[in-house]
Design a protein around this ligand. Structure first.
Ligand code: SF4
Length: 365
């Protein structure tokens, strides 16, 4: 069943029902999936039938490469609840190669990969998990007798689009942290001419990966990205701006020690090294494991894993961000009323950030 733009939205239930049945899903589950994708991509409800329809037809080919990684992104893919995003991806695509979950091995597996590359140039998608080591001719990561550098160039170079999932494939991640002994780099650095979208995070949020694919299938192109090639729908806002502990940050209420009363009360984790004020990601709104929770909700500060070179530039993990002096981080803080400023001054001093605020004031003067 096809939905045309002049069809009445009253026909949508039938369309959803028919596609859901085709996929072996309940109407409710499939509707939930399409609605969730529309919301994540900030699309109005009128796009739901288009999204549903994009899930039908010939399955595009997808190959999943793993290089210098911990397989955390694959784990994330397989750990969702029903209907799993993994189910949907495996249903939408013909997943012809995924080293971790495929049955064939050795030459048989390599043949599956090369059949897609040779027979479907410009038509298939590649998901890359892990960094690519360039030092010593790429000897630090070889699969089937080939270096990951050569595999990435060969496979990604002819793809319709490459989705670099996780921070390692997006920026080099942990393998690229100083002193980077293997010369690890991102996919974009190895295949600069490929159409790459970065989905950093440790691990990638599979909802964002699915939304990118759904966007491509619905509109024939990848979503709009920022300067780090990250989709704006997922990385357009700071964690700090959507964090449920933000009220405590603004009120100067900070956890000082793991397990203290403030920690038990769910106060702000800024003093414990939270990198949320400098990290762009939709963790607080989408969360992980089908919206169950995310690190800050669980009581741990953000480690900034969606930002380039976060291991080297944002660490140590438990050290307070040096350039985020309390209210000073917020432009709007300057507009905070004098009464509130006086009321919170004691709190700020108590938490040891009064000094930072004073320095800022001195700088201004
Ligand atoms: S500093 Fe961290 S815990 Fe505090 S409001 Fe910002 S993101 Fe949330």
């Amino acid at each position: 069943m096809k939905f045309k733009s002049d069809d009445s939205l009253n026909d949508v239930p039938d369309l959803i029902e028919s596609i859901a049945r085709e996929k072996g899903l309940s109407r409710r589950d499939f509707m939930k999936f399409c609605t969730g994708m529309a919301a994540l991509l900030s699309l109005p409800a009128t796009f739901i039938p288009k999204i549903a329809e994009a899930m039908t037809g010939k399955k595009p080919y997808l190959v999943w490469l793993e290089f210098q990684d911990c397989a955390g992104d694959t784990e994330a893919l397989l750990r969702a609840t029903k209907p799993t995003v993994g189910d949907i991806i495996l249903d939408i695509f013909s997943v012809d190669y995924h080293e971790t979950i495929m049955a064939p091995a050795g030459d048989q597996a390599t043949k599956s990969l090369m059949d897609v590359v040779n027979n479907h140039k410009g038509e298939y998608f590649v998901v890359v998990e892990g960094a690519i080591p360039m030092a010593d001719d790429g000897v630090y990561c070889c699969i089937g007798g080939k270096s990951s550098v050569d595999i990435a160039r060969e496979v990604c170079g002819s793809a319709a689009a490459v989705l670099a999932v996780g921070t390692c494939s997006a920026y080099g991640g942990l393998p690229a942290a100083s002193p980077n002994p293997t010369g690890a780099v991102s996919v974009s650095e190895v295949v600069p001419g490929a159409t790459v979208i970065n989905l950093p995070g440790c691990p990638v949020n599979v909802e964002n990966l699915t939304a990118c694919i759904v966007h491509y299938l619905t509109f024939g192109r990848l979503p709009q990205v920022d300067k780090f090639k990250r989709p704006l729908f997922a990385y357009g806002k700071r964690i700090h701006d959507n964090c449920e502990r933000r009220g405590h940050f603004d009120a100067g209420q900070y956890v000082q020690k793991w397990g203290d009363e403030a920690h038990r009360q769910g106060w702000c984790l800024y003093e414990m090294g939270c990198k949320g004020p400098e990290t762009y990601h939709n963790c607080p709104t989408v969360k992980y494991n089908e919206g169950t929770s995310w690190p800050v909700q669980a009581g741990h500060g953000c480690i900034g894993c969606a930002e380039p070179n976060f291991w080297d530039s944002m660490g140590p993990i438990y050290k307070r961000l040096p350039n985020v002096p309390g209210f000073g981080v917020e432009k709007t803080a300057d507009k905070v009323g004098a009464g509130l400023a006086v009321a919170t001054a004691a709190g700020l001093a108590l938490h040891g950030i009064g000094k930072a605020v004073s320095s800022k004031k001195e700088d201004k003067e």
